[in-house]
Design a protein around this ligand. Sequence first.
Ligand code: NAD
Length: 356
Amino acid sequence: MLKNEIKVAIAGVGTIASGLVQGITFFEEHQDKRKNLLHPSIGRFEAQDIKIVAAFDVDSTKVGKDIAKAIFAPINSTPKFIEVEDTGVIVNKGPVKDGLSDHLKKVITIADGEEVNVVEKLKETKADVLVCAIPTGAEEAVIAYAQAALEAEIAFINCTPTTIACEPSWARKFKKANVCLIGDDLQSQAGGTVLHKGFLDVLKEQGVTIKDTYQLDVAGGLETLNTLDDDRKQYKREVKERTLKQSFKNDINLASGTSDYLEFLGNRRIGHFWIRGEGFMGMPVKIDMRLETLDGPNGAATLIDVIRATKVAINRAGSGPISSICAYGFKAPPVFSDRHNAHKWFNEYLEGIRTE
Ligand SMILES: NC(=O)c1ccc[n+]([C@@H]2O[C@H](COP(=O)([O-])OP(=O)(O)OC[C@H]3O[C@@H](n4cnc5c(N)ncnc54)[C@H](O)[C@@H]3O)[C@@H](O)[C@H]2O)c1
């Protein structure tokens, strides 16, 4: 075993999981590209110290395969950046529950066979942390994984918008069990929400009154197909809009979310930003922009930092939600902060200046 190894179990072998597994391999081979990580080192941990020890999915094209192959199942749209050798980690069938929306059920066949006992698997593999990266709106399934992490007494990182870290009853349970809880809804490295919030904050700091704004995207990955189900789309929108509204006391007209699924875009996400405000003496201020990114690496970049910071928290016997890590890496953290402060808290936590 490597001295600095961080043992990670992951639920959901989709877009983010592919970015994560490829990212770990990438940094084993390309130390020179570490500058593209938000934090090249965290504590004493490098990206390649992350080791996947267990994986759970429900899709028949992934369950039973080595995770190195499952991440390249044709249904996953994250492109191949690097060859990944077999890891020996076979994808288990997790609890299906409400994992698949009606739209996902049309393209995913649930794997045959029994669902694995997640708690036993987490204990057997001695995972440090369970990352939950299953579709938006799969509330019962997310809760099942959160409960499994709690019972196995390992940290839980919730990449999904389901309210776990922000839910006081979950926070209390994790705190009582001396287990770290991190979430909710991962924030991508160059994601629509973080950039939109950044533009709005800068304008606000400069004394511009924001009147109306939207950030709407179209994309072609599985998650966007999933959010074609109206209740799931609404779920994601509410989280994004709540994040943005936190910064504004005045009433602004605001919309944020994914507007449509375009299969041919694959892993690409194209975001449109529009902002209208008023400056000095009512001067009109307008921004109209377009952003193009790839979902897989965009989400995994932040996740690689969050996993390493969570291991720092585990080593410090942290328990319950760790506010600085949540505020830094998530759209809906238990304690909200602007981007500047969130980065400051995160760095202070890593330096040991902050306790959570
Ligand atoms: N950049 C990003 O991709 C990004 C950024 C922020 C937040 N998120 C959030 O992260 C989550 C995952 O995103 P993604 O793009 O990787 O999704 P994805 O749709 O590409 O992958 C989800 C995977 O979960 C599997 N799954 C479904 N039900 C399951 C169950 N019950 N147990 C185990 N696996 C199950 C699916 O088969 C699929 O392989 C979503 O909730 C999304 O909102 C993603």
